[in-house]
Design a protein around this ligand. Structure first.
Ligand code: DNO
Length: 356
């Protein structure tokens, strides 16, 4: 595996490439062209400039998170082919720039959803948290207002103001889309892009829906083992793969994370590894990465990745806000650096144990 950190670009991130370079064992960066909108074809010069900036700092641009999918593709409207063509152009250019992993999601309207971005824990750190009761009591517009109020001035991907301004229209677009339709539209999209992925050896890595169930009545399909295996089978190409995000699949306690990893051998192209602490089945918070601070056994998760021969990029995921850092919720430097170091430690121990 290759340890990486997500970076939001010099314009938006409080964390610098120099700081990332100084985290032991982190050699790669996962980024995207912030400022582009879903549906447009990325310019080659912009891709090369991002890559050069990262390489000049002594790191490698290991993958893109995300090339977002236009709603026309998810809904399956008549103009979707135009947006798929643009997506193919973007993939072609990424391939030509020697970038071979693309993370994306197929969630309608919202990307990830949390009800609090700064819940205070007993040690004084603040974390992202989710309570189903709070979602049930809110309408989507109010949710956006509370998310933006807590974001430390940052614009969170998936919660851009332009997008939220269109929220009613977006809900209207999805009114006839159910799980089956979403699966169908995903299949159509994947079948269109697989030839370019084969040509440039690009691994597509779908991110799970977070939380892993329907929110606000919207369909959600990338939520459990059965659905993800269905997706792998419906377009049975090794370039059709997944981002295994322990924190997102883990929102549903019925998901057995190590078992899911083992069932996806050869199809996990990217891993997000983090812990969650459940206070009740409908309330969880994003604890420190350490097993004993949360609900999941992080050793078992890393061991499962080792067992399937995982060689792709991995990143610590959302960190807590600690040591008075002010940053985008979940994406500060300190706790993610601790997370990377901890995951590297687990990995080293597993490798050495197996080589004995
Ligand atoms: C949240 C992230 C997601 C992820 C997208 C991938 O912090 O893990 O926003 O980047 O769902 O497209």
């Amino acid at each position: 595996m290759q340890m990486t950190l997500r970076w939001y670009g010099s314009q938006y991130d409080t964390v610098t490439l120099k700081q990332i370079r100084q985290i032991p064992g982190v050699t790669g960066v996962i980024s995207t062209l912030y400022g582009t909108t879903p549906g447009e074809a990325w310019e080659m010069n912009d891709i090369l400039a991002l890559k050069k900036e990262i390489e000049d700092a002594g790191l490698k641009l290991v993958g893109i998170e995300s090339v977002n999918i236009h709603d026309a593709i998810k809904v399956g409207t008549p103009d979707r082919d135009k947006y798929i063509d643009n997506y193919i152009t973007t993939l072609e250019r990424l391939g030509q720039a020697d970038i071979h992993m693309v993370c994306y999601n197929f969630m309608p309207v919202f990307d990830w959803t949390r009800t609090e971005l700064a819940r205070v824990r007993p040690d004084g750190s603040t974390v992202l948290a989710y309570t189903q009761e709070a979602v049930d009591a809110l309408n989507p517009e109010d949710m956006f207002a509370s998310i933006s109020a807590d974001a430390n001035g940052a614009i969170l991907p998936g919660w851009e103001p332009e997008r939220m301004a269109r929220i009613k229209e977006l809900f209207e677009m999805y009114k006839d889309v159910d799980d089956e339709k979403l699966f169908e539209n995903l299949k159509y999209f994947l079948e269109c892009i697989m030839p370019v992925c084969d040509k440039y050896d690009i691994n597509m890595a779908i991110h799970p829906d977070d939380p892993a169930w329907s929110v606000f009545g919207l369909p959600r399909i990338i939520i459990n083992k059965a659905n993800i295996l269905r997706m792998m089978k419906m377009v049975d190409n090794p370039h059709n793969g997944v981002t295994f995000c322990s924190g997102s699949y883990g929102t549903n306690l019925e998901n057995d994370l190590p078992d899911m990893i083992r069932s996806l051998k050869g199809r996990i192209h990217f891993a997000h590894v983090r812990n969650l602490k459940f206070n009740s089945p409908t309330d969880f918070e994003e604890s420190a990465h350490l097993s004993s601070d949360g609900t999941f056994d992080m050793y078992e998760i890393m061991l499962a990745l080792y067992d399937i021969g995982f060689t792709g990029p991995i990143r610590p995921d959302h960190g807590r806000m600690i040591w008075d850092e002010v940053a985008m919720p979940g994406y500060g430097l300190y706790d993610r650096a601790l997370g990377a170091t901890y995951l590297n430690g687990l990995w080293e121990a597993i490798v050495k144990q197996h080589n004995k």
